[in-house]
Design a protein around this ligand. Sequence first.
Ligand code: UD1
Length: 438
Amino acid sequence: MDKFRIIGGRPLKGRVSISGAKNSALPCMAAAILTPEKVTLHNIPYVRDIITQRRLLEDIGATVLTPELRTHQISAAHIEIFEAPYDLVKTMRASVLALGPLLARFGKAKVSLPGGCAIGTRPIDLHLAGFEQLGAEVKLEKGDVVARAPREGRLRGAEINFVKATVTGTENLMMAATLARGRTTLNNAACEPEIVDLAELLNKMGARIRGAGTFSIQIEGVEALGGAEHTIIPDRIETGTFLIAAAITRGDLEIRDCRPEHSSALIAKLREVGVELEELNQSTLRVSGDPELSASDVTTQPHPGFPTDMQAQYMTLMTQAKGRSAIAETVFENRFMHVSELQRMGARINIDGHTATVDGPVQLTGAPVLASDLRASASLVLAGLVAEGETSVRRVYHIDRGYERIEAKLRAVGADIERIRESVTAPLHGQETDAAIA
Ligand code: UD1
């Protein structure tokens, strides 16, 4: 297992380029199952979850070519297996995104039910209830979800009211409904930019989707979908993580190839706490200056609210801000795993139910810490960048799931960070995997 060794105290300076959004690339790759024709996706980030999703596609019979490192050409002309096995689902919950497309095109799908994860139980009941409303029969057999289309072989359009906004649930149902007979309406749909991106791809494939990005999405089912070419949007969580990295180290960083409008809630909050942040153009943000940061409360919400995927990183920033901030997590039940690690570095944080209270500023001190999930690991790296002395972040495979070469990007703008290889297993960012993915 690799770890990061970080020596804190270096301001980040220069330019960093943002990669494609993992959370958009994953459903877009699954969407390729909906057609026998070729789907070409550009700006796919080079991260572990993408390799897992690619394996899933290949395991079920699709071919995936990568003429360039960040371009995937997916052909699902000959799908032979209609299931996502447990060993894939347990490493990446987003494997459940295969359910909707398989069910819609082939009338059958089996996906292992994801278990609990570090940030809570994370059920998929809303996905399954939605499939049932589209006429599917859904059963649980030996830990697997087995879904079948109605006898006539095709799903039926329906009005689906989500009791809670779910990102992958909305994506799964939107994909399933593209090939259903008649019209589907998804009410209380999630509005994340990744859903809009997926809808754009699906429409290029011939789907008829309106309203993606709002709370109500309408889908007119079509007989078949065709091939398409699409460029994945930039990763707004990587963007946000670098904004905070620049602010916390009092650096001067240009963040390029991003979409500022996808990070509005975060940008507004950062400005409120004193971060000097300029929008240089439609795809470039700059953080500079050495302002005194002041504490401010935050509550995570579905988009367009403050994203839960930025909660841990914002908490690290608040350890450097003057005053007390209350950070409430409303999306996931157990997403404060980073708190005990930040406390080991000297942070003053108390948890009361779903709210963490942070008192700052404190001088963090380097320590060995353990990453518990993807975004928690990012918050520990940020803490390491500002801490006095040496921090080692273990279990960085969590961060490799969703951040492309984070240590290389940080080093290129002045951070003192290195990856230390601690095992003989194939590294993600080594030559071996470069070859494997190419
Ligand atoms: C997606 C993102 C993840 C992000 C999350 C919230 C991907 C691949 N992952 O995860 O990075 O943190 O959105 O923005 O896009 N829920 C149910 N039943 C369901 C589905 C969800 O109760 O059937 C609950 C969840 O437990 C959670 C809430 O709804 O409390 C929101 O979860 P959801 O939006 O589904 O998250 P994911 O799609 O898994």
